[in-house]
Design a protein around this ligand. Structure first.
Ligand code: SF4
Length: 323
C-alpha cells in the first residue's frame, strides 16, 4: 500500500491580473503529489510558472483556484495556530544566496534570526550552539559565524542559505534554482550536500531548475512544466532513458554530452520560436506552436495529464492510456 503523500497539489491555478480584464496564467491547472523523503524535480524554461508554483506552496501567494495540502491540511485555509506550525515545517532555499542574506548581519546572526522570531530554544546560548551546529552540518567551520556574507564565495553563501533554511527544523524544502547561480564545479558539491542533509534529517525537497541536467542527480521523480501546465511526470531514471513528451525530448536533447564522439552523433531538437505569452496561451495544447509533432487535433483539444504507462504521466495526444 502506498503511503499518503506528504504534499498534494490539486488543480492549482495562479493567475495574476494583467489589466484590461486579462490575466497572466502563471500556473494553470497543475496537479501532482510528493511523498515524504522524496525529491521532486520541477523543470521548465524560465517563465513556465515553476517558481510561482513553489511560492504558492510556501503560501507566499493565495491561489486563484485549486489547493495545496500538507499532511492532509489545506495550507491556504489552515487555522492561524496551524499556519505557524506549517511555516516552520516548510522552508525555502533561494537561487541567489547573496541577495537573500542580510549584509548587515553576521552569518551566525543570519542563522539565529528565524529561531528568535519563532521563539525556538529558551536561551541565546542554546541558539548560538544550534547555529554553530548548523554551520558544521553544511560544511562550514563555526569560526566563520562571526563573518559577514560578502566575505564568502557563491558556494559558501549557498551553504549559509541552507543552514538558515534548516534553522527551524523544517520537513519540506522548496529549493528554487539553488545551484543555477553557482560555478559548475561548485554545483555538484551543493547537490551532494543537499542529498546528505536529506538522508540525515529526513527532508523532502521540491527542487526547481531550468534544465534537466541540474535535477538529474538529485530527483526521484521529475515534473516538466511548460507555460503554466504540467507536460510530463515520471521517475527520474525513466525520463532520462526514454522521454515521452515532445517538450521533454527537446529539453533533454539540449543537454551537452561530455563525450565528443557521442555529442557529434546525437540529434538535437531545436525548438522554434519563443515561449508564448501566458496572457494569451495557444488554444488546445499550449506547446503546439513549438512542437515538432503537432497535428490538427492539438489546436482543438487540450491534452490532459494521463498515466500512459505505469508511473508515467504525459499530457500529449500522441499517447493513449494503456488499458
Ligand atoms: Fe505536440 Fe500535440 Fe502532443 Fe502537444 S498534444 S505535445 S502539440 S503532439
Amino acid at each position: 500500500m502506498t503511503a499518503s503523500p506528504l504534499l498534494e497539489v490539486s488543480g492549482l491555478k495562479m493567475h495574476f491580473d494583467a489589466g484590461r480584464k486579462k490575466a497572466v496564467k502563471a500556473v494553470d491547472g497543475v496537479s501532482f503529489h510528493i511523498q515524504r523523503g522524496e525529491t521532486f524535480g520541477l523543470v521548465g524554461e524560465s517563465g513556465c510558472g515553476k517558481s510561482t508554483l513553489g511560492r504558492v506552496i510556501l503560501r507566499l501567494y493565495d491561489p486563484t483556484a485549486g489547493s495545496v495540502s500538507y499532511e492532509g491540511t489545506d495550507i491556504h485555509r489552515a487555522a492561524p495556530d496551524q499556519r505557524s506550525v506549517l511555516f516552520r515545517k516548510l522552508q525555502m532555499i533561494f537561487q541567489d544566496p547573496y541577495a537573500s542574506l542580510n549584509p548587515r548581519l553576521t552569518v551566525r546572526e543570519i542563522i539565529m534570526e528565524p529561531m528568535e522570531i519563532h521563539n525556538l530554544y529558551n536561551t541565546r546560548k542554546a541558539r548560538l550552539m544550534m547555529a554553530d551546529e548548523l554551520l558544521e552540518a553544511v560544511g562550514l567551520h563555526p569560526d566563520f559565524g562571526s563573518r559577514y556574507p560578502h566575505e564568502f564565495s557563491g558556494g559558501q553563501r549557498q551553504r549559509i542559505g541552507i543552514a538558515r533554511a534548516l534553522s527551524l527544523h523544517p520537513e519540506f524544502i522548496v529549493a528554487d534554482e539553488p545551484i543555477s547561480a553557482l560555478d559548475v564545479s561548485v554545483q555538484a558539491q551543493v547537490v551532494n550536500l543537499l542529498k546528505r542533509l536529506q538522508k540525515e534529517k529526513g527532508l523532502t525537497f521540491l527542487f526547481i531548475a531550468h534544465d534537466l541536467s541540474m535535477v538529474k542527480h538529485i530527483s526521484d521523480r521529475i515534473g516538466v512544466m511548460y507555460l503554466g501546465r504540467m507536460m510530463e511526470i515520471t521517475e527520474s531514471a525513466a525520463l532520462y532513458k526514454e522521454p515521452l513528451h515532445p517538450y521533454t525530448k527537446a529539453l533533454l536533447s539540449s543537454i551537452p554530452i561530455p563525450d565528443p564522439l557521442l555529442e557529434d552523433k546525437r540529434e538535437r531538437i531545436i525548438l522554434k520560436g519563443e515561449l508564448p505569452s501566458p496572457v494569451n496561451p495557444p488554444s488546445g495544447c499550449v506547446f503546439r506552436t513549438r512542437c515538432p509533432e503537432a497535428m490538427e487535433l492539438c489546436g482543438k483539444v487540450t491534452p490532459e495529464l494521463e498515466e500512459v504507462k505505469t508511473g508515467r504521466f504525459v499530457a500529449c495526444h500522441l499517447y493513449k492510456k494503456e488499458s
